[in-house]
Design a protein around this ligand. Structure first.
Ligand code: AMP
Ligand code: MG
Length: 343
């Protein structure tokens, strides 16, 4: 006869074994990976990958990410007359404009990176971008007079934010904020937050040159991404591969978008101080934990040049740079960039 005490012990043991078996099984259950189709957003082709315990969760995570990306694009796109940023660009020199929190936060982050980079990164470059675009269309170099006019409208210190009222106001007339150098990084960060909330255990957001990833792949590995070879763009060749987890990588470069006047090519990135295009580096990749930081800093280093750029990035914790110079295509790296490079 089994005593009551022994019975209880047996039942407890049986339950414990079942629970352990269940945990063991769940732990071993293969993860599912879902890939989005190519999505055209933010003037680029986006791709999203979600890793989750099941197909439905992975699909939900992709949907949540795309929804967030589209929502933020509608706020941040200065080329869309209906965006909130367009409203700001039209109104903020006349009166304070109340804006959504997400737009307010990206403006705050932008000013932060302007200060950090001594003005190399500056979202008030809108009028300068427009002037160069117009000149490229007319195939003539910008002259002193319009450049002097534009200068009055540039400067991050002319963006006045009120954190109590969530308003923005301009200190000069006819300013135009351009979030092109930070929006993709910021949006990738927010998309990843949505994917995590939807239950994804890992994932990757690729916004055309702006990559953010979290967790691991379905095979428990790091995310491997390619950095394009700036001189072999048509062939789609990569110059090196990076292995990342819970990191962002942003690449800025004159090879992506540029202007042509005569037979000379000009980068779409401008030095706000000189009003000239930044042409010394053909590719700058920044790797760090935040996409916002990676995006803003990749643009800033393109303006600052190799020496000053590397000096700044070396000072920032957990932030690395890989630079390819224009012309001789020499490659330079910060001291710990190597650990991300697959050899
Ligand atoms: P990215 O590809 O991230 O380097 O962003 C480049 C885009 O940002 C350009 O196409 C411009 O719209 C804008 N831009 C150009 N120069 C600057 C700058 N110095 N600071 C901030 N944004 C800039
Ligand atoms: Mg950028």
């Amino acid at each position: 006869m089994i005593k009551t005490g022994q019975k209880i012990l047996l039942i407890i043991s049986a339950v414990a074994i079942i629970v352990l078996l269940l945990i063991f099984r769940t732990g071993k259950a293969p993860l599912v990976r879902a890939d989005s189709a190519n999505v055209v957003v933010m003037n680029t082709i986006a791709k999203i990958i979600a890793v989750a315990p099941d197909e439905q969760t992975a699909q939900n995570a992709i949907e949540a990410a795309i929804k967030k990306i589209k929502h933020l694009e509608n706020l941040f796109n200065r080329y869309d007359p209906n965006s909130q940023l367009s409203l700001v660009n039209r109104q903020a020199d006349k009166e304070p404009v109340k804006i959504d929190k997400e737009l307010f936060v990206i403006l705050q982050r932008s000013i932060y990176y302007s200060k950090l980079t001594d003005g190399a990164f500056d979202i008030t470059v809108g009028p300068l971008v427009d002037l160069w675009k117009k000149c490229a269309e007319a195939n003539s170099m910008p002259t002193d007079e319009p450049l002097a006019q534009v200068k009055k409208r540039i400067g991050y210190d002319k963006i006045l934010l009120d954190a109590n009222q969530f308003t923005v106001r301009f200190a000069a007339e006819a300013m135009s904020l351009d979030l092109g150098a930070i929006a993709k990084g910021f949006v990738a960060d927010r998309a990843i937050e949505e994917m995590k909330k939807a239950g994804a255990l890992g994932g990757l957001v690729d916004l055309g040159g702006q990559i953010g990833c979290f967790g691991l792949t379905e095979k428990n590995g790091k995310w491997v991404i390619g950095v394009q070879n700036p001189s072999k763009l048509e062939a789609g060749q990569t110059i090196l591969k990076l292995a990342l987890s819970d990191s962002a990588a942003a690449t800025s470069g004159d090879y992506r978008r540029h202007y042509k006047i005569g037979n000379k090519q000009f980068s779409h990135i401008f030095n706000p101080a000189t009003e000239k295009s930044a042409d010394t580096l053909s590719s700058v990749t920044i790797i760090t934990s935040s996409g916002t930081a990676a995006d803003a800093l990749a643009t800033a280093v393109s303006v600052m040049g190799a020496e000053r750029g590397i000096e700044l990035i070396e000072k920032l914790p957990n932030t690395e740079a890989i630079i390819i110079k224009s012309g001789n295509e020499e490659m330079l790296e910060t001291s710990k960039a190597e650990r991300f490079i697959l050899r």
